[in-house]
Ligand binder design. Sequence first.
Ligand code: ADP
Ligand code: MG
Length: 698
Amino acid sequence: MTRPAGYKLEDNIEVLKGVGPKKKNALSAIGIHTLSDLLYYFPRRYLDRTLSDSIVLKDGETVTLLATVIDSYLAHGKKSRLVVGIRTSRNERVSLVFFKGVQYFKNVFKPDMNIAVTGKLEYFRGLQIVHPDYEIISSAGDPDDNDFTHIGRIIPLYSSTETLKSDGLDSRGFRKLIKQIIDFAKDTALVISEILPAGAVKKRHLPERKKAFSEIHFPENDESLKAARTRFAYEEFYFFNLLMNFKREMREKVKRKLWPLPESPSAKKLITTLPFQLTQDQEDCLIRMKELSSKDVPMAVLLQGDVGSGKTVTALITALHYIDNSIQVCLVAPTEILARQHYNTIYNLMGNTPFLGIELFLGKEKGKTRSEKVNRLKNGDISLAIGTHSLFQDDILFKELGLVIIDEQHKFGVEQRETLRAKGKNPDILAMTATPIPRSLCLTVYGDLSLVTIKNKPAGRKPIVTKWVREDKQIAVYNSVKKYADQGRQCFIVYPIIEESEKSDLKSCIDAYESLRKLEFKEYSVGLLHGRMKADEKDSVMLKFKKNEIQILVTTTVVEVGIDVPNATILIVEHADRFGISQLHQLRGRVGRGEHESFCIFITPDKVSDDARVRLDALLSTNDGFVLAEADLKLRGPGELLGLRQSGLPDFKIADLQKDEALAIQAMDDAKEYGTLSDIAKIEMRSRFSEGRILFPN
Ligand code: ADP
Ligand code: MG
């Protein structure tokens, strides 16, 4: 049979043998439309064919075996079951036992089929595995199947789902389709050309693309597989960096129109009236930002500093250089409580200067107040707009927006940053975060931002004493709270409501509030604060807490970010085992903000999971946010650390920002050296990174 020559990577998967409407729809549902998409559907893992050769089979051991089906029969006894006999490469017999789905499994396993099974060996009249995980590698009767003998030593396994499997797309199904494409390429019926610059491929000793596709799906050996993997990881980094550079270039094309003043009288005045001296780090950051904002390309800065390092005042001083020159500034925060806190802090700091153009924009406002504010903003009467997500709304327009400040930037998405930016004529960006990001990760993800860091906290802060206490010692903890409250200090008691939609958790927080208020702390003033409360209720609670009219605040993670009440010196986290490292570190950052010694108490049940133990031990061992971020990165990976959905972190298929750190940096350098704008056009990868995360300035 002659094959129509000249396939292209953009061809629809329909050109493959065995792809009918059913498979086509199933694949399209997971985003696979073209031959190229399918080639980029990399194996989830690999099995080595020599796998079972060396395994000693014994009772209680969990194993993965490659084996051939010998027979299957129904066994009747106390419980009827299906028994499938398999033979390993060393000629040992193992029985697979199924109590459920007997009819279904009877049809699955056919003699001479090659399968991989994973499960725990048990001894019952011979070795058996009950309900193993299995993969069919090849079946004897299927003429289209790649013969087992033709599969290399390393067998690729693909992600699949029950739905996909029911459409014939198990690992074997994927392998059959992908094999066809690789064979086309071998016969030169399909040309797979290189998309990386030749110089980079050579310099980094990467396998060329065609070979790499073949090796990643059907590896000859471990080394070639590793090389192929590296190549695709590099490819992802390279094109991602190219896009970041492109973005930056586009941004920098638009030259600065609005110039902040080199010296701001208001800032000077503020500095003299501050109740403290700026730290060296704060001053350095200010100088660096002044430098960046005196260039003709707009500034884009990521200001990184651990919780309590004093980012707010640094941002405010920067902002005043714009405001003094009649350039508008906006400051967004992720929660209403934090936005209001910023408003109050700044309002109070600026109290004795004629600084009236500050306004707060919160979510729920409607009607006249809002439209009046919106108008003043548009006319330029408001010089500093502080708010929450409400500032992203379409009706929020500025006369001359020159600086966008984003507090707790990791709580926002890249798109949101862009939405704000679009409200001005390419304004400067100052994004702030307390989530320290390892440098390589930072360069990759925020490659278009300049990193400015506050390394040290203001002097004179006492270290926070952190303790991990079991539930049965709660009374002792409460007694210490009373002791410090009697001395005038305040306390947070945090309950785990990770998502404010978790009703039952919220209930336990409210119940705890009721009982603490009536029993344990009936002599004290106890307050309740959670995200589901009305904005004005939240405000009044926060205000009372700030004024020390509330001594003990029972709350949730709504206080996680930003809250600044220096007189609060005790933070108790109930069920601390249910929080992540960053979250606990942020929470701990609520105390230790003043002159008094502070305490952070983690309360957990007697038994906690191993993961929870690792997390809590990390927090007990250090107060250093950078060290903790590294630990968190190890435990959870970058996506979780930054909050994958919002972070703007690309959905890398194969690259691992942690393990491939060195590669990421190479790709970054190479993108600078070899990358050209025209390369962007040829990226089929464009769509892979563009799922709303990276915005293309078209
Ligand atoms: P974060 O960096 O976590 O946003 P904040 O800006 O909320 O920290 O600052 C934490 C606290 O430290 C605030 O009460 C602030 O007034 C205070 N602060 C800021 N800078 C200094 C400084 N140089 N010396 C002493 N206290 C400072
Ligand atoms: Mg802050």
